[in-house]
Design a protein around this ligand. Structure first.
Ligand code: PHE
Length: 453
């Protein structure tokens, strides 16, 4: 990489800026939209239980591995593998990551577009004066099946993302995340307390937190792991790309630990808002799927004082959280085209953003906007292929690469720079070499059965 590329790539201003950006990538719709959706669909508390194990035992391991590769090589997701093992097929891991990130970006931005639509609805007073669950269902269905509205909102999200990325890492990403993520956390905490004090919330709490282990099966495990990778933004090289901007004196273990912890905390609190509300105000099923969060949040806003204000604040922050994730999804490919293909940042951002937009149109139309895409559930299929299967494959290959191919000495040395004692070294290596790959292989072997079964 020459000096000019260095300038094109940009750098984090400080350690904190990296942490905020990585946390910003991790925290997003995955925590607030997707987590409650899959918990509701796949058994409630037992899912939460497996999810936490997945984050702690496998997710953290892979995140630290990705950051280590990134900082060691100072390269993008494909270039990093090429640098460590030149002229070998290992860079396919990076290529798979690029493909996955653009595909996830395409439908993720559709959902972020729904948040734009709900923001506009809240501002214009649609939910003012309280609504019933029935009305909430109706508002949701009318909105997502409107092809023009959903596509325009989707376009807005891709447009904002592309614009920020075209301006570069530092000025783009840092500014957003520093102030707004803590505000989001406070708001979510407040709403969680409100939800817990709704009359009849108890049933929701036990659905969410009292595991019924007879519901434990392969599907729960598959989706819990997929959700963990999705939520942590791992398995596709995002943390390689972001890690490539970290300074050598930073502590990678605490960085990975912090990102995993805060991401899990936000998802957990989102569940604390959704499930008690859902049971306290009956009419919407936990298995409602992609619409769950959009149907339930307006209900809680209609139950608390100043609800409209909190609604506006919530959808604004949800959108910010989503955008800090979409920019990370786009940055993976943009960094590659800048580093390896000598494209300018602008050209890479606009071309790839435009591509993601075209790719996302079927998803935008798959919730009733167009019969063909609705019938095949285009977005649902994309989500399973990329968020569950592809991320698990990516995570598996990263474990194998760092644990077996790179040779243990180099990654351990890399982590030690900035963390000389590296206390959890043996645990990490055990998970990286044995535990995580074995779990992932088992999941992948059973995937077909689970999905068709
Ligand atoms: N982790 C993000 C979220 O939870 C989504 C995402 C997935 C971002 C994969 C980047 C990569 O919203």
């Amino acid at each position: 990489m020459n000096g000019q590329d260095q300038n094109q790539r940009g750098h984090w201003g400080s350690k904190l800026a990296f942490i905020f950006a990585a946390t910003g990538s991790a925290i997003g719709l995955g925590n607030i939209w997707r987590f409650p959706m899959v918990v509701g669909k796949y058994g409630g508390a037992v899912f939460v239980f497996v999810y936490i194990l997945a984050v702690a035992l496998v997710g953290f391991t892979v995140m630290l591995a990705e950051m280590t590769i990134g900082r060691h090589t100072q390269r993008n997701a494909i270039g990093a593998f090429e640098k460590i093992k030149p002229r070998t097929p290992w860079k396919i891991i990076g290529a798979l990551g690029l493909l996955t990130s653009i595909c996830i970006l395409s439908y993720y931005s559709v959902i972020a577009g729904w948040a734009v639509g709900y923001f506009v609805k809240t501002v214009s007073g649609t939910f003012k004066g309280g609504i019933t669950s029935q009305l909430s269902e109706q508002i949701y269905t009318n909105f997502v099946s409107n092809p023009l509205m959903t596509t325009v909102c989707f376009f807005a999200v891709i447009g904002i993302t592309t614009f920020i990325i075209s301006k570069g890492v530092q000025s783009g990403i840092e500014r957003w995340t520093k102030i707004l993520m803590p505000v989001l956390l406070l708001l979510i905490l407040y709403l969680a307390i409100k939800a817990l004090t709704l009359p009849g919330a108890g049933q929701g709490v036990s659905f969410y937190l009292k595991p019924d282990f007879s519901k434990l099966n392969g599907t729960v495990v598959l989706f819990a792991f997929g959700q963990a990778f999705f939520s942590l933004s791992i398995g596709m090289g995002i943390m390689i790309t972001y890690g490539s901007y970290i300074s050598k004196s930073d502590n990678l273990v605490t960085s990975a630990g912090w990102v995993s912890f805060s991401d899990t905390l936000v998802a957990f609190l989102a569940g604390i808002i959704i499930f008690p509300t859902l049971f306290a105000i009956p009419g919407i099923e936990p298995t409602a799927g992609p619409g769950l969060v959009f149907k339930v949040f307006p209900l809680i806003f209609s139950k608390i004082p100043g609800g409209n204000f909190f609604g506006i604040l919530f959808f604004t922050l949800l959108l910010v959280a989503a955008i800090t994730s979409t920019i990370s999804l786009l940055e993976v490919s943009v960094a590659y085209f800048i580093d390896e293909r000598n494209w300018s940042r602008k050209k890479a951002a606009y071309l790839l953003g435009g591509f993601a937009f075209l790719l996302g149109i079927p998803s935008a139309l798959s919730s009733g906007g167009m019969k063909l895409f609705t019938d095949i559930d285009f977005m649902g299929k994309f989500d399973i292929i990329f968020a569950n299967i592809s991320l698990a494959v990516g995570a598996l290959l990263i474990c194998i690469f760092v644990g077996w191919i790179w040779g243990i000495k180099k990654p351990v040395e890399e982590v030690r720079s900035g963390n000389p004692r590296f206390k959890i070294r043996l645990l990490w290596l055990f998970s990286l070499k044995f535990f995580s790959p074995i779990v992932l292989i088992i999941i992948l072997i059973f995937i077909k059965k689970i999905i068709t079964g």
